[in-house]
Design a protein around this ligand. Structure first.
Ligand code: ATP
Length: 352
């Protein structure tokens, strides 16, 4: 077990791509941290630097009390799980799991004990003599996980390990990873572009964009108080509605017709964010309702996603109680749930 500490770590590839700008990050002992961001944001490069597969252009990496910045990957006491499983095709599941232990000269009895225990934990005992070609994707990924677990490393590094699985298997393996982490409590860094995966798996999530760390926090912190417009738009499904407006004396008028309270410090152009779940159909007692036209209604069962159009042409998405959802083409009165809006200044930074 170990904490991972990154200080001013950065990577500039030859050719001038600054994939990771200087970044500080502490991953606590036993924590599951998810690095999340769109394709090309630098998350894999950051993970590969922790693994030792990519030489940083600057900064330091500590695992536990050791500075491993220039240590060989094999000597970092980490285990990596990739999306393409990377199992040896000619070895059985058991031989795949035993291989790294053999290299480390772990005695046979201890090897057998660890493999049997891990196979049981993962429910893959019956696969032990099968080769990867005779296993499904989900089974191969479990063997790949098993191979990482038997090594009992200080830290697990996962690079999009679920992205080759179908939706059902992905959900199943995701729950399993969560359960395994509770049991093993090994420090883990997990890369994904899928914000839902990040929110459900991470003790904390670190959101990246263009090589820059945008926000690090628990899933709820990042969801409830996104640090800037990028995080606001990236985290949460369906995505937050972002509406331009003008602030003055603690109030803002939005182009879509809504009026909201804002911090007194804000004036001039701002952006107000409202999650689709935080609109509702107005009742007679509501003040400040705005008439919007329902352009498309997508029933979800108890709820409905309603695409609305404001008089100025702004389009908004509201997730409404299906019972009250308007009919397509009709106008309806909508309010924002009290204080459930987010304010961003003209630079796109959150203002409380
Ligand atoms: P993805 O989810 O698509 O893998 P990512 O967020 O993991 O994306 P990285 O793979 O870390 O992103 O890449 C970050 C940036 O660095 C990209 O612009 C990429 O093109 C660039 N890059 C990655 N590897 C190299 C390399 N070996 N040489 C030059 N540029 C690279």
């Amino acid at each position: 077990m170990a904490e991972v500490r990154l200080r001013s770590i950065e990577k500039e590839f030859s050719g001038g791509v600054h994939a990771v700008k200087p970044c500080d990050l502490d991953i606590n002992d036993g924590e599951f941290l998810v690095l999340v961001g769109p394709s090309g944001c630098g998350k894999s490069t950051l993970l590969r630097m922790i693994a030792g597969l990519e030489e940083p252009s600057g900064g330091t990496i500590n695992i536990g009390s050791r500075d491993v910045t220039h240590v060989d990957p094999a000597d970092r006491d980490i285990a990596m799980v990739f999306q393409n499983y990377a199992l040896y095709p000619h070895k059985s599941a058991k031989e795949n799991m035993a291989f790294a232990l053999r290299l480390r000269k772990i005695p046979k009895a201890e090897r057998e004990r660890r493999i049997a225990e891990t196979a049981k934990m993962l429910g893959i005992e019956e696969l032990m003599n099968r080769k990867p070609g005779a296993m499904s994707g989900g089974q191969q990924q479990r063997v790949a996980l098993g191979r990482a677990i038997v090594r009992d490393p200080a830290c697990f590094l996962f690079d999009e390990p679920l992205s080759n699985l179908d939706a059902k298997m992905r959900n199943h393996t995701r729950s399993e990873l969560r359960r395994l982490h509770k049991e093993l409590q090994t420090t883990s860094v997990y890369v994904t572009h899928d914000q839902e995966e990040a929110m459900t798996l991470g003790d904390r999530v670190a959101v990246m964009k263009d090589g820059v760390m945008q926000q690090v926090g628990t899933p709820l912190q990042v969801y409830r108080a996104p640090a800037n417009l990028f995080v606001a738009g990236f985290i949460g499904t369906p995505a937050m509605n972002l509406m331009p407006g003008e602030a003055n004396n603690g109030r803002a008028s939005l182009a879509s017709g809504f009026q909201v309270s804002v911090p007194n410090s804000l004036s001039g152009p701002i952006t107000v964010g409202v999650r689709p779940q935080h609109f509702r159909v107005a009742t007679d007692n509501d003040q400040g309702a705005v008439e919007l036209t329902a352009r498309l209604v997508e029933p979800l069962g108890d709820l409905a996603d309603v695409h609305l159009e404001a008089a100025d042409g702004t389009t908004l998405l509201a997730r409404l109680d299906a019972e009250w959802a308007p009919v397509e083409g009709k106008a309806c009165s909508i309010v924002i749930d009290r204080d459930r809006h987010h304010c961003f200044d003209r630079a796109g930074q959150r203002v409380q």
